[in-house]
Unconditional design. Sequence first.
Length: 183
Amino acid sequence: MVVSDVDESQVTGLSPRDLAQRLAELKCAAVADEVGSAHLVLGCDSVLELDGEALGKPGDPDEAVRRWRAMRGRTGLLHTGHCLRDTADDRQAAATGTTVVHFAEVTDDEIAAYVASGEPLQVAGAFTIDGLGGPFVTRIEGDHHNVVGLSLPLLRDLMAELGHAWTDLWRAPRSGRVPDNGP
């Protein structure tokens, strides 16, 4: 994995859905420029939309507490932008997945404990579904992979759009060595 180091604060004035997609495209481009040819490069970014407002990473505990107080007992939209580039021919495919997220009526004590764990400080919307925050999500409508940060069904579609089969990933050597499939 290569971190893109894109300054997310420089992208403004977009809807939450468009923001997630634009950040994914910028991250993909930054990494594609570094890795050279013959690679598939994927950039992703997630944004939680609540009341039409984009909620990225809260950054500090006070903001995380404010967000959780606003989110509790409510529903938000988690948008995850995906941008896949094949550096061999410089083609790319992009799409955004959206999942409806229903939040529990968490107490102030639960919010304080969750924020103190540090988990919500560096994630979009100040929550995770696959970590300590999971019990605070009562239900989702849509792709659960999208909420984790990478929609596998959407990625499969993007790969197909670029002429790659999902199952090609199963055959890719992980160590740089060709696997020995002999007797």
